[in-house]
Write a protein of this length. Structure first.
Length: 163
């Protein structure tokens, strides 16, 4: 039996093929997916893409991979206190008509998983897919130094958008 919805939270700095794999894993376990864009209010070396651009990346991927019927929402999550962060995430899930118990959190971020498990969200850790190649830090470094092979690590639509 599949969950009605899965929640996948990431910073998407940039959206890469590992994120796409996570969404595919979520859809093996849930009918629909909600995507949360974390650190939406942060701009620094580790977060060079603003929330508008990250949102655009995600919608381009949804279009490219024909996921419009599967990804039911994309929302921004600002960095704040742990307590407020959980309240904000829970509100985003519930305002879309889902109970916490119906929303499978998919991903490998221990901080996210621990906070949401404490609020009775079910959790599924997928494991990391091709982590040596598909790590945001590495991809951003490649972009900074002009190593254009980063483009092989992101969906085509993302490469076209930010390349």
């Amino acid at each position: 039996m599949k969950y009605p919805v899965a929640l996948f939270i990431g910073r998407f700095q940039p959206f890469h093929n590992g994120h796409l794999w996570e969404i595919e894993q979520a859809l093996l376990r849930a009918e629909k997916v909600i995507i949360g864009i974390g650190s939406s209010n942060v701009s620094d070396e580790n977060n060079p893409f603003d929330i508008s651009l990250r949102n655009n990346m995600i919608y381009k991927v949804i279009e490219e991979y024909r996921l419009k019927d599967k990804v039911v929402a994309v929302f921004a999550i600002a960095d704040t206190t742990d307590r407020q962060w959980v309240i904000n995430v829970t509100h985003e899930v519930e305002k879309r008509g889902y109970l916490k118990s119906e929303c499978l959190v998919v991903g490998n971020n221990a901080w996210v998983n621990d906070l949401l498990a404490a609020q009775m969200f079910p959790i599924h850790e997928t494991g990391l897919y091709n982590r040596d190649e598909l790590e945001g830090t590495k991809i951003r470094r490649m972009m900074r130094v002009g190593d254009n092979s980063w483009i092989e690590r992101v969906p085509k639509s993302v490469g076209e958008l930010i390349g």
